[in-house]
Write a protein that binds this ligand. Structure first.
Ligand code: AMP
Ligand code: ZN
Length: 140
């Protein structure tokens, strides 16, 4: 399984740095974004180090997309947002800052006027942990 010891998301997979996990299966891991753009912002990653969509083997991408659907369903059930954005960035010019493929799941509220300004301010860890528990309990 491809792995990069210097990659922050590989370290999360290994448990070497902490995360608020909400779902895990053989090929994927889902955890809370540490700087949420809205409450309930989660990241789905493959347990395979590939920098972006172009470089990941298709079976790992398919597993990641399937988990994104499972977790989006959980977010929908747990938080009842007005909408959900699924976002995935490739390359610095596209706003990618962590070079281990990941899919953002972002709950939306009607009229929230969200502008995507990634990773500027760390979130409130108690609030992130509490919403993680709600989503975790809604995974089917
Ligand atoms: P991107 O800009 O698409 O590469 O997104 C990277 C995301 O990873 C940003 O939204 C960051 O807030 C998030 N992030 C970076 N480090 C961590 C971490 N240790 N735990 C959780 N999320 C992280
Ligand atoms: Zn990695």
């Amino acid at each position: 399984m491809a792995h990069d010891p210097d990659c922050i998301f590989c370290k999360i997979i290994d448990g070497d740095i902490p995360s608020f996990k909400v779902f895990e299966d053989e090929k994927t891991l889902t955890f809370m974004d540490i700087s949420p753009v809205n409450p309930g912002h989660v990241l789905v990653i493959p347990k395979y180090h590939a920098p972006d969509l172009m470089q990941i083997p298709t079976d790992w991408l398919m597993a990641t997309v399937a988990t994104a659907q499972t977790v989006a369903q959980a977010v929908d059930k747990a938080l009842k947002p007005d909408g959900i954005n699924i976002l995935q960035s490739n390359g610095p010019a596209a706003g990618q800052s962590v070079f281990h493929l990941h899919v953002h799941i972002i709950p939306r509220t009607a009229g929230d006027k969200l502008a995507f300004d990634w990773g500027i301010a760390p979130g409130d860890m108690d609030a992130i942990g509490a919403v993680a528990e709600r989503i975790r309990a809604s995974v089917v």
